[in-house]
Design a protein around this ligand. Structure first.
Ligand code: NAD
Length: 258
C-alpha cells in the first residue's frame, strides 16, 4: 500500500483515464488528474483535477513543479489522446472516389502532435519528477504507463495517422525503459482493443469481432492492468495488448453492436 505517493493520470475526464483515477485512489494513492476539459470534474479527497493541454511543454512543466511541491510523484498513466477521424473525415490520404490527395494534413498533424508529441512531453516531465525522488526502496523509483492501441499493429484503412501515432508510442517504450533504467523507472505501454468510451463516438463504425469475451472492454479492466503494472516491479519495457484477442481480419466470431 503506497503512502504519500502520487500518480499522475492524464485524460482524466475521459473513459480510460477516469477509471484509472478511481482505481489508483481506491488503492491509496494521491492522484493528479490532468485533462484539458476538467471543468466538470471535482477535486475531492485525494483526487486533484488540473486543466492542462498535454501538448504544452511549458504548462505541463508548471503543473509538475506544483505537484512536486506537495507530493512525491511515483508514476504516470498517460491516457490523454484523440482519434480524430469519423464518417465526415475518414482519415484517408487520397479520395477513394477520385484519387485526389485529401485536404486533411491539419488532422494528421493534430493527431501526431497530441498522441505522439504529447506522450514525449508527459514522459519527460514525469520521468524528471520521478527521477528526483529520494526515498525509494531497492532503487525502484516509479513507473510510466503509456497508451498505444491495437491500431498500432492492426490499423484499418483511414487510420494511418492514428496508427502511426500509436505505433510511435509502442516504439518509444523499449528505448525509454532502457534510458530510464538508471533511475529505477519502468516503462510499460498498454495497447487497448475496443473499450466502451466516448472516443469511439468519433470513429467510423468498425467491425467488432472479439474472440472472447465477445464485447467491448470495460474501462475498469484497463485501469486494473495499469494498476498491476504499477505494483509488479518486474514488468518493464513491454507493450501489453488488452483486447479480448481481437486482431485485424478476424471474421469468424459473431459480430455485436455497441
Ligand atoms: N477506447 C478505446 O477503444 C481505445 C482503444 C485504443 C486506444 N485508446 C486510447 O486510450 C486513450 C484514452 O482513450 P479513451 O477511450 O479514454 O478516450 P476519451 O475520449 O474518453 O478520453 C480521452 C481524454 O483525453 C483528453 N485529451 C485529449 N487531448 C488532450 C490534450 N491535448 N491535453 C489534455 N487532455 C487531452 C480528452 O479531453 C479526453 O478526456 C487514448 O490515447 C486512446 O487513443 C482507446
Amino acid at each position: 500500500m503506497p503512502s504519500n505517493e502520487a500518480v499522475v493520470v492524464t485524460g482524466s475526464a475521459g473513459g480510460l483515464g477516469a477509471a484509472t483515477v478511481a482505481r489508483f485512489v481506491a488503492a491509496g494513492y494521491t492522484v493528479y488528474g490532468l485533462d484539458r476539459s476538467t471543468a466538470a470534474l471535482e477535486s475531492q479527497g485525494n483526487v486533484h483535477q488540473i486543466d492542462v493541454d498535454v501538448c504544452s511543454d511549458t504548462a505541463v512543466g508548471e503543473v509538475f513543479a506544483e505537484i512536486a511541491a506537495h507530493a512525491s510523484v511515483a508514476g504516470l498513466v498517460h491516457c490523454a489522446g484523440i482519434a480524430d477521424f469519423g464518417p465526415s473525415n475518414p482519415g484517408h490520404l487520397i479520395s477513394p472516389e477520385t484519387g485526389e490527395p485529401l485536404d486533411n494534413l491539419e488532422t494528421i498533424e493534430r493527431t501526431l502532435r497530441i498522441n505522439l508529441l504529447g506522450s514525449f512531453i508527459m514522459v519527460r516531465h514525469a520521468a524528471g519528477a520521478i527521477a528526483r525522488r529520494t526515498q525509494v526502496e531497492d532503487g525502484s523509483r516509479g513507473f510510466i504507463v503509456l497508451t498505444s492501441s491495437g491500431a498500432a499493429f492492426d490499423g484499418k484503412a483511414g487510420q494511418s495517422a492514428y496508427s502511426a501515432s500509436k505505433s510511435g508510442v509502442a516504439g518509444m517504450t523499449l528505448p525509454l525503459a532502457r534510458e530510464l533504467s538508471r533511475f529505477g523507472i519502468r516503462v510499460v505501454t498498454i495497447a487497448p482493443g475496443l473499450f466502451d468510451t466516448p472516443i469511439l463516438d468519433k470513429t467510423p463504425p468498425l467491425p467488432r469481432h472479439v474472440p472472447f469475451p465477445p464485447r467491448m472492454g470495460d474501462p475498469g479492466e484497463f485501469a486494473a492492468l495499469a494498476h498491476h503494472v504499477a505494483e509488479n516491479s518486474y514488468l518493464n519495457a513491454e507493450v501489453i495488448r488488452i483486447d479480448g484477442g481481437i486482431r485485424g481480419g478476424f471474421e469468424s466470431t459473431t459480430p455485436f453492436v455497441r
